[in-house]
Design a protein around this ligand. Structure first.
Ligand SMILES: [Fe+2]
Length: 192
């Protein structure tokens, strides 16, 4: 069954001024759409046509994994942001962050460093490992926590296409803006 490009969970201009309408139009309508289209082309008429996205991610490599991983990662990333969000973590995730990192500031610094220091294209993540501790990781290209048996809680896309229109090469400025958008309600849904 063909995969579908999910709609953004907010209007294209809802994340401005932190992320512009133009960035979301290109990022969602062109980049994410291209991953979904290519994924559908690759699985058409193959046994993967009947698999879930997670099953494809876990059983594939190379070009097919890249498309499936990027479809999952972008679908997840859109939900990690919301208008009038951001600030400090709240609820269960705030407690878990305190337990694993000491305090919110230390977590924020770790996540920002992972995102800012990532060489090339990829993603910064807050994950929950199998044994329950939270950890910050960075993954390359389309790689993600699903592939490694970990649970994704929060992600930030640090491919240049996520920020180049708004911030050119200044990834640090995009990351600062990202903290004004983090949807802690979604992160709390993931931690349940
Ligand atoms: Fe992206």
């Amino acid at each position: 069954m063909a995969f579908e490009l999910p709609n953004l969970p907010y209007a294209y201009d809802a994340l401005a001024p932190h992320i512009s309408k133009e960035t979301l139009q290109f990022h969602h309508d062109k980049h994410h759409a291209a991953y979904v289209n290519k994924l559908n082309e690759l699985i058409k008429g193959t046994p993967q046509d009947k698999q879930s996205l997670e099953e494809i991610i876990n059983s594939s490599s190379g070009t097919l994994f890249n498309q499936a991983g990027q479809h999952f990662n972008h679908s997840f990333y859109w939900k990690c942001m919301a208008p009038k969000a951001g600030g400090e973590a709240k609820g269960a995730v705030a407690d878990a962050i305190k337990k694993s990192f000491g305090d919110f500031g230390s977590f924020k610094q770790k996540f920002s460093e992972a995102a800012a220091g990532h060489f090339g294209s990829g993603w910064a993540w807050l994950i929950r490992e199998r044994e329950g501790t939270l950890k910050v990781i960075a993954t390359h290209d389309a790689d993600n926590p699903i592939k490694h048996g970990d649970q994704a809680l929060l992600t930030c896309d640090v491919w240049e296409h996520a920020y180049y229109i708004d911030y050119r090469n200044a990834r640090a400025k995009y990351l600062e803006a990202f903290w004004n958008l983090v949807n802690w309600d979604f992160v709390n849904q993931n931690i349940k």
